[in-house]
Design a binder for this molecule. Structure first.
Ligand code: 5GP
Length: 170
């Protein structure tokens, strides 16, 4: 297997995740919070981020969507698993791996808002910075417009467990 070239090292990512966690903890300041992870890409990020937050006030939820095949977005979002809990009246933080065209986050926001949370904010680890119309409340890193893998992100199902974010040489 070809090892991707490092774009963001494990150290850089963990440092930024700790900063985001501190910011989120300070902002919610003891209030109840439901993190919703967009599977599968957000799973590693959410696992690390969640461990920075207060276990007495934080709940974890998962939603499963996909739009990519190989390195291309199909432009069509497929929901294959909704959240299980009732989030009406609760603070929700949507945790995304990466924002590219914004299609996924747009649809997820509409989908979650229909469930009437008290408040919905967005946290994304990576942002290709093409989307201007959505407020990313917590933004990990702005990255170039390359296809990246690792730290949850895959290429045809592989590389998700790579501890860093890298680019493929093809
Ligand atoms: P968007 O809908 O914003 O175009 O893309 C968001 C989703 O597409 C992400 O949640 C992720 O699953 C996938 N995606 C977007 N860019 C990349 C990328 O560079 N690498 C990988 N592996 N997935 C990506």
């Amino acid at each position: 297997m070809i090892l991707p070239e490092v774009l963001l090292s494990e150290e850089q990512i963990l440092k930024r995740v700790a900063e985001l966690g501190k910011q989120i903890k300070d902002d919610y300041n003891g209030q109840e919070l439901v993190l919703i992870c967009a599977l599968r890409g957000g799973v590693i990020f959410m696992a690390d981020l969640a461990r920075q937050l207060d276990p007495l006030t934080t709940q974890l939820e998962f939603i499963k969507v996909s739009s990519y095949q190989g390195q291309e977005s199909t432009g069509k979002l497929v929901f294959s698993g909704d959240i299980a809990m009732d989030i009406e009246g609760l603070n929700v933080l949507l945790v995304e791996d990466i924002i590219d065209t914004g299609l996924t986050i747009d649809l997820l926001i509409k989908h979650i808002m229909a469930k009437k949370p008290k408040d919905l904010k967005v946290c994304a680890l990576l942002n290709k910075n093409k989307v201007k119309h959505i407020k990313i409340d917590y933004n990990g890193f702005d990255i170039p417009n390359n296809f990246v893998v690792g730290y949850g992100l895959d290429y045809n199902g592989k590389y998700r467990n790579l501890p860093y974010v890298g680019t493929l040489p093809y």
